[in-house]
Design a protein around this ligand. Structure first.
Ligand code: AMP
Length: 466
């Protein structure tokens, strides 16, 4: 029996480039480099020269996968790229993207960020039509759906795909003559458009990638929009009637880089607002406010400013160690926390407010608190700039299984005791809603509220994550 690898949600980074006369592989490399925070497990670039497509992908960081030798072979005017988020399942090259296949309309390359929620029925349809699949990846399902969709053009096939797909997908697609960018009708995961020199265009998961390559931000791709980049420039059209949009709020809390724009707003500014509200909701007398670097820095500044307590560095991060949750297994993660953070000696005798952006499994906070105690902290008050995460994500963030989410099985008081702090306060869901609400007509906050914008219909889809 063929065992297909289990695939969990993916909040990866994707890009697409149309730029005649430009070394598109190198530009993609730099875009992926800037999107590295969205995925550290695998990276890949696929280019097209109007005739054939070339691909290189591998496991590891962008800088480990690419070098002058392999970039040289990636010729063409068109490119798509992908950097894959690490999950607890299926650490293998099979999951590396882009996917590249040959179709009746020429080469088709796909880079996907997100997670479909109706993968099981889509898989069944494909298998019944005689299409073979090599993995349980929904990105492979997307590739095969597009290849076999009705229509004599990619414009029509992509529109047909959108009608059948449910869930999260920000896609970049490479064809013989064009690069497409597609965002699901809910807009779960971000995607934006930039201008690169006179005739070139770029799409990327986040706007922070544009500055690196001297591109200028044009706009975000709208939920349900298809954008085609080719020798006629940018052509775009809306496919589905507008739905309440559902950009993931966790992008604001943690996932996106603080120097990106989401829904026209600076992520850093939104995070500072979260920290400020947290200070209003959970004030405490203290000598210093410190954050867990780097992801909680903006929230911490917001807290300190609002509270009128000095902001300071307390934990120094070894910047050469990747994200601790990359490594599955709680014991390993605990050891990596001590490898990653070191407290400053001058915390001795201080009453500390420790701010973090979120608590997911709850395996990081305890060891950090222990480090601060060893450094002589007198009191540690933990403040979390997002509400308790109680529900798993089916739309592309590897939030862990329900039973692994500490707030799913413990009260706030129990969590405080578990991690060993004097007090613990989370930002309320109401406050988070107030902060992000003005930007659009809806967000996905399912990890906090349990209200999912799409129905996860099939048990097999659910069981892939739970
Ligand atoms: P933990 O509570 O031990 O799972 O670690 C949570 C910390 O890891 C948070 O403070 C975040 O900075 C970061 N993090 C954010 N998202 C995730 C995620 N999906 N899985 C694990 N850790 C995450």
């Amino acid at each position: 029996m063929m065992m297909l690898p289990r695939k969990l949600g993916e909040a990866c980074g994707v890009c697409g480039i149309y730029a005649p006369g430009v070394d598109v592989a190198r530009v993609s490399f730099f875009v992926l480099y800037a999107l590295q925070h969205r995925g550290q497990e695998c990276a890949g670039i696929c280019t097209g020269d109007g005739r054939v497509a070339h691909i290189h992908k591998g496991m590891g960081l962008v800088s480990q996968v690419f070098n002058e030798d392999n970039l040289r072979w990636l010729r063409g005017d068109l490119a798509i790229g992908h950097t894959r988020y690490s999950t607890t399942g299926g650490l293998s090259l099979t999951n590396a993207q882009p996917y590249l296949i040959e179709t009746a309309l020429g080469p088709l390359g796909i880079a996907h960020n997100g997670n479909l929620t109706n993968t099981s029925s889509l898989r069944r349809d494909l298998l019944q039509r005689g299409v073979g699949l090599t993995s349980s990846s929904d990105s492979e399902v997307i590739t095969q759906m597009l290849a076999g969709a009705p229509g004599d053009s990619w414009d029509k096939r992509i529109a047909a795909f959108i009608l059948g797909a449910e869930g999260a997908y920000s896609l970049t697609i490479l064809t013989r003559d064009a690069v497409y960018a597609v965002r699901d009708p809910w807009g779960f995961r971000p995607l934006c458009l930039g201008k690169l020199n006179e005739s070139g265009w770029v799409v990327a998961s986040e706007s922070c990638a544009l500055g690196t390559i001297d591109a200028t931000f044009v706009r975000e791709i709208n939920p349900g929009e298809i954008v085609r980049l080719d020798d006629s420039g940018v052509t775009s059209w809306q496919t589905e009637p507008a739905r309440p949009s559902a950009l993931c709020v966790f992008e604001y809390v943690y996932f996106a880089r603080p120097d990106s724009l989401l829904e026209g707003r600076s992520v850093h500014r939104v995070r500072r607002a979260m920290g400020a509200r947290l200070a209003q909701e959970h004030p405490v007398d203290a000598d210093i406010v410190i954050g867990v670097p780097d992801s909680a820095t903006a929230h911490t500044i917001g807290y300190a400013n609002e509270a009128g307590i000095p902001y300071g560095e307390g934990l120094i991060k070894n910047r050469y160690i990747g994200r601790t949750f990359i490594q599955p297994g709680a014991r390993l993660r605990r050891r990596k926390v001590a490898l990653k953070y070191n407290p400053l000696p001058d915390l001795s005798g201080k009453r500390i407010v420790l701010v973090d952006d979120s608590i997911v499994r709850g395996t990081t906070s305890g060891p950090i608190v222990a480090l601060l105690r060893q450094a002589g902290a007198k009191e540690i008050h933990m403040r979390v700039a997002s509400p308790p995460i109680c529900y798993p994500c089916f739309m592309g963030v590897d939030m862990a299984k329900r039973e692994e989410l500490i707030a799913g099985r413990m009260s706030v008081d129990q969590i405080a005791a578990h991690i060993g702090v004097h007090s613990l306060g989370y930002l309320s869901l109401e406050a988070l809603r107030d902060i992000v609400a003005p930007a659009s007509n809806g967000h996905c906050e399912a990890c906090f509220s349990g209200e999912y914008p799409v129905i996860v219909r099939h048990e097999s889809d659910r069981s892939m994550f739970q």
